[in-house]
Design a protein around this ligand. Structure first.
Ligand code: AMP
Length: 435
């Protein structure tokens, strides 16, 4: 009997895997452009890490974590996001003391949340993200917001919607929370069960409730902007001024509060709607945090970061046909005609690969038509035909797959000929020899 995938997981194969790889490569290139370095942290962490950072009032910690006891009776959790692990690593390795600030890290890898699977929502998904830690300036916030925006543009998205809001400092937030509680106390009865819990643990979270009836109640709720301290307002305005100066369009969304407890000051999300009208929710999201490092036993350093969901980015790029270079390509497809020719074909293949050419040799005894079809499916530039005549004369017949033009090349001239052929190709096919 076949065994199926666990609910909410998915395989990434063939063209899709190539697309994922390209998406990650572009994200990394963007982060590299801004001076960020990669960090890789474990998929498993102590449960306590997420309780303390993501926060026990968040949906993630309350009901979405994959938590289990290991054989040593420790409570272990599959990371539901990657920021916490990065912060733990910064504290454990005292990077704040040995590296220049801000510490600028990027990461990519799987995260796990026990959510209800739906469009753009998986139980295992991949995140790319960055964190800049240790510089309090609003310039750092603006830099990270722009990095995310530019990375998404580099991927091919136009008309990205940047939603932005400020949660203010702790004092602003405490005052606002009191006002929200007062307001929602009169409406709570008709609201969803989740909101009733949020009311107790973190009333700000009610603001991004997705239940339509609750949204109507939220419309008339007090606004964060009326509770900001002058410093918090100045800080937000400074970020917006930078975005204006660099023509990064944004929409202020006063109900944007984010589902993780560690944020303060600026929070933001990147959205995109495809031409067909598909919207998978935020492609990426992030914000500023003040206590994350200190809550994990490090010094009082603030930071800013975002995470993008690779699955969502992929789905949107695909829907708008913005995926490029995902088809498989090969330089040479070697077609030995008959058992005997395989020996020479195998040798020719090895020589071409040693010279850096992507080469596939047909290892099965197939007729010409079948092999030619396979060469086409492989996206080969040239087919190399080796039959009895070729073995005798130690030459191959080469066929340009695009033009159908055919010519003979002596075994000894193969690499020189390949170099000549690929020198004639346009820039993007140059990579072989120059590396
Ligand atoms: P968050 O860590 O919740 O701020 O999410 C950051 C980004 O990760 C989101 O904008 C999504 O693109 C992606 N993401 C979060 N949860 C999921 C999920 N369950 N499935 C797929 N992508 C997700």
């Amino acid at each position: 009997m076949e065994i199926n995938l666990p609910k909410g997981t998915h395989d990434v194969i063939l063209d899709e895997a190539r697309a994922y790889d390209r998406i990650e490569t572009v994200f990394k290139a963007a982060a590299d452009l801004y001076g960020f370095n990669e960090m890789r942290t474990p998929v498993i962490e102590h449960t306590e890490l997420f309780v303390r950072s993501v926060g026990d009032s968040s949906d993630i910690v309350r009901k979405e974590m994959y938590t289990f006891k290991d054989k040593g009776d420790r409570s272990i959790t599959l990371r539901p996001e990657l920021t916490a692990g990065i912060m733990r690593s910064i504290v454990n390795n005292k990077l704040y003391a040995t590296q220049d600030l801000p510490l600028k890290a990027y990461y990519v890898g799987p995260a796990f949340r026990y959510e209800r699977p739906q469009l753009g929502r998986y139980r295992q998904f991949n995140q790319f993200g960055v964190e800049a830690v240790g510089v309090t300036s609003p310039y750092s916030d603006a830099e990270v917001i722009m990095l995310g925006f530019n990375a998404l543009k580099m991927l091919g998205f136009e008309d990205i919607t940047l939603k932005i809001n400020t949660l203010g400092d702790e004092a602003s937030r405490n005052n606002y929370r009191v006002a929200l509680k007062e307001y929602f106390a009169h409406h709570l009865e008709g609201m969803c069960e989740d909101c009733k819990v949020r009311y107790e643990v973190n009333p700000l979270r009610i603001l991004d409730c997705k239940v339509p009836e609750d949204q109507k109640i939220v419309e008339d709720a007090p606004k964060m902007s009326d509770y900001l301290s002058p410093e918090a307002k100045d800080r937000f305005d400074a970020i917006l001024a930078l975005l204006d100066a660099f023509s990064v369009p944004y929409e202020i969304d006063e109900n944007l509060v984010r589902g993780l407890d560690y944020y303060s000051h600026v929070v933001f999300e990147y959205h995109y709607t495809t031409k067909k009208g598909v919207n998978v929710g935020a492609m990426g999201a992030g914000g500023h945090y003040d206590n994350l490092i200190s809550d994990l036993g490090g010094p009082a350093l603030s930071g800013v970061g975002f995470a993008c969901g690779i699955e969502r980015v992929y789905a949107l790029l695909k829907d708008d046909e913005l995926l490029v270079d995902t088809k498989e390509t090969t330089d040479f497809y070697v077609m030995p005609m008959g058992e005997e020719a395989l020996q020479d074909g195998f040798m020719v293949g090895a020589a071409l690969r040693a010279a850096g050419y992507r080469t596939e040799v047909c290892l099965e005894n197939k007729n010409f038509k079948t092999m030619f079809k396979r060469a086409e499916r492989k996206g080969s530039r040239f087919a190399i035909i080796i039959g009895d005549d070729e073995i005798k004369t130690e030459t191959v017949t080469m066929k340009n797959m695009a033009t159908q033009e055919q010519f003979k090349v002596a075994y000894g001239d193969l690499i020189a000929k390949a170099d000549e052929l690929f020198d004639l190709e346009d820039e993007e096919h140059h990579h072989h020899h120059e590396e």
